[in-house]
Design a protein around this ligand. Structure first.
Ligand code: GLU
Length: 280
């Protein structure tokens, strides 16, 4: 079981098309199924029009998916339950720091280590607030929830890895989740983050093979830790190369990459797009 899991915060571009076609192609070769999941946990950026656009663009490419399509925004109670489980076991703590406060705190420190996305690691300001944290939550202070990485890795036991697969075979990859530090597992506005929702949903949807871009390869290290903590199966992973624009940058809406809808309007055919991406 595979899945294509776009976030509806813009129109799909060629990079999405490549990922969707690769997932569909591998599912067909394996005699499996590829599901569609709408990753719409961000209430500010997710728009129904974009959900509609995703389905339209995929259908235009010739890709259809079994029902029901999973919309993450409809499953917040499930993520809340998973989060509460981690909190109850002392593996997550509330963090009241604003981004500005974290920046200021880091600026005053010496040489701060960074996570794989280049963001300075959280310095742990709220890690040991004790009962004061409960008072602040009761008062309604906005907060995220962070994984207590030291407690989590202790609880999960020896380092967990995963099996990576590609066109030629499979090999074991060691994971080092500690490079993410005390990662945010629930945002201020919803009781989950990308990381928590993705491992939960991959398990609920019975996903056995996750095929996604290399930009998410480092996140897999954190995902296998969450899977160990939550008692979830670990799928096999394949992290495909990203399509780059003429300037060597990853395609993205914010950098003005042309959407599939733009290409369609300019007269491109689905066959031409498929052929351009190597799926004739
Ligand atoms: N929703 C993510 C994105 O649009 C992909 C998540 C995943 O494949 O794990 O980049």
């Amino acid at each position: 079981m595979l899945r294509f899991a776009p976030s509806p915060n813009g129109r799909l571009h060629l990079g999405h098309a490549y990922s969707a076609l690769l997932n569909a192609d591998l599912a067909a070769r394996m005699g499996g199924v590829c599901r569609l999941r709408i990753e719409d946990i961000d209430p500010a950026r997710s728009k129904p029009d974009f959900v509609h656009g995703i389905v339209t663009d995929l259908a235009w490419l010739g890709l259809t998916y079994p029902e029901p399509v999973r919309h993450q925004s409809r499953h917040m109670a499930d993520y809340r339950a998973a989060l509460d489980g981690l909190i109850g076991r002392g593996l997550a703590y509330p963090c009241f720091c604003s981004r500005g406060q974290i920046r200021a705190r880091i600026a005053s420190g010496i040489d701060s280590p960074r996570d794989p996305d280049g963001v300075p690691l959280y310095p742990g300001t709220c890690r040991h607030l004790g009962p004061a944290a409960g008072d602040r939550i009761a008062r309604g202070d906005p907060h995220t929830w962070r994984l207590d990485m030291a407690a989590a890795t202790r609880r999960a036991g020896p380092t967990h890895g995963y099996v990576a697969f590609d066109g030629t075979g499979a090999h074991r990859v060691a994971a080092d989740p500690t490079r993410w530090g005390d990662a945010v597992i629930a945002r201020r506005d919803v009781p989950t983050s990308y990381h928590l929702a993705v491992v939960h949903d991959d398990a609920v949807q019975g996903i056995t093979h996750v095929v996604r871009g290399r930009d998410l390869e480092a996140a897999t290290d954190l995902h296998v830790l969450l899977q160990a903590l939550l008692g979830l199966p670990v799928p096999r992973y394949r992290h495909h190369p990203l399509l780059l624009d003429a300037g060597g940058e990853k395609l993205s809406k914010s950098r003005g990459s042309r959407s599939l809808a733009d290409l369609r309007e300019a007269g491109a055919t689905p066959q031409a797009v498929r052929a351009r991406l190597g799926f004739a």
